[in-house]
Design a protein around this ligand. Structure first.
Ligand SMILES: [Fe+2]
Length: 353
């Protein structure tokens, strides 16, 4: 073989190898379906309660316990691959500014069927802060239709559960929703707050199973410490009481606003299944949701602060006009009292081009 033919052969081989590499990468990123572990952990309300299995965090005495909530980050591999650095920069700014003890994520961390790179990118970024974080599922985290994404819900559970600083557990598998778990925040060895993380992503309501399981947790904690600790609940979709609260507030009723009220999208989320009343009965004082990106408020309704969390980042749709740029995060500073505020980012610094 002459030299010219040899060079041609090498060029063709290299081109073929590159094409093969690109095709296989595209396959494993966009076409292959990762199903994850299909575990079974059946819960029954007669199960004995073991409080030692509940994740715990510690609050320093005389210092607020600070929660930074990121809502609807909504990254997508195909559309957002070159936009991820802007979102990462924004999250870093929020973490550096707020210095949270816990980062919560109220669902729709990713969206659409292409979620492999997005979720891995987000998790590795959150891990880099060394701060505990706690996500719940939204309606987009595992596909446009349930489990149509590259990562199924079970695979997302596997990934969250294997991340070092992530408090997520998939919880019982017979509640009609996955990713329900509880966190206790301790101060001086006593339970200061209980946090319920609930999956309201794909179901149209907080299910009967989730309600019974939440009550079982609350009663188990009460049996251990003698009281229902003041509690918070994080979920993706707003409860029907968000709408009742807003119209009561608008109509001059008893509902009070804490901070500004922005309503630019539908208030609809979960259907009525009585979770609000249950939550009140177990001393939940804060409920935080995402889902409708154009809404942002905290309304004190029937003794419970209902917070529509501020959307984080511009991806997946957000709201702005000349007066308001609904991009940032929600911060809860919890001491003897709880203060809730929206932290808005600068629209020029975090504009997605
Ligand atoms: Fe959503």
């Amino acid at each position: 073989m002459n030299k010219r033919k040899k060079v041609l052969l090498i060029v063709i081989s290299v081109v073929l190898a590159v094409v093969l590499l690109l095709l296989s990468t595209a396959y494993f990123v966009f076409l292959h379906r990762y199903h994850g572990k299909n575990t079974s952990a059946v819960w029954d309300k007669t199960d004995a309660y073991d409080i030692s299995r509940v994740a715990t965090l510690r609050k320093e005495k005389d210092k607020d316990f600070i929660i930074l909530n990121l809502a609807d980050v909504q990254m997508c591999d195909l559309e957002d691959i070159f936009r991820m650095p802007v979102i990462k920069k924004e999250i870093k700014y929020l973490v550096d500014t707020v210095k949270p003890d816990l980062i919560t994520l109220t669902g729709d961390q990713t969206w659409s069927n292409e979620n492999l790179i997005s979720l891995k990118c987000l998790i590795s970024w959150l891990e880099s802060f060394g701060i505990p974080y706690a996500p719940v599922f939204g309606n987009h985290d595992y596909g446009n239709e349930k489990d149509s994404a590259v990562l199924s819900q079970n695979k997302c559970c596997d990934i969250y559960e294997s991340a070092k600083n992530c408090l997520f557990t998939r919880g019982p598998t017979n509640l009609g929703a996955l990713g329900n778990y509880v966190i206790n925040v301790l101060e001086d060895g006593k339970i200061f707050r209980t946090i319920y993380m609930l999956d309201s992503g794909y179901e149209d309501k907080i299910t009967d199973g989730q309600k019974a399981w939440a009550l079982w947790n609350a009663d188990g904690i009460k049996a251990a410490c003698g009281y229902y600790p003041e509690s918070l609940a994080f979920m993706h979709k707003p409860l029907p009481e968000y709408s009742l609260a807003y119209y009561d507030y608008r109509g001059g009723g008893e509902t009070q606003a804490i901070g500004d009220v922005h309503v630019h999208y539908s208030l609809y989320g979960s259907a009525q299944n009585g979770f609000f009343d249950l939550a009140k009965s177990i001393n939940v004082k804060d409920i935080v949701c995402g889902h409708q990106h154009g809404n942002n408020f905290t309304l004190l309704y029937s003794g419970v602060r209902l917070t529509f969390a501020l959307k984080t980042g511009e991806l997946g749709g957000f709201y702005e006009d000349e007066n308001v740029y609904l991009n940032g995060a929600t911060v809860l500073r919890i001491g003897q009292e709880t203060a809730i505020e929206s932290v808005f980012v600068d629209r020029d610094a975090y504009r997605i081009k």
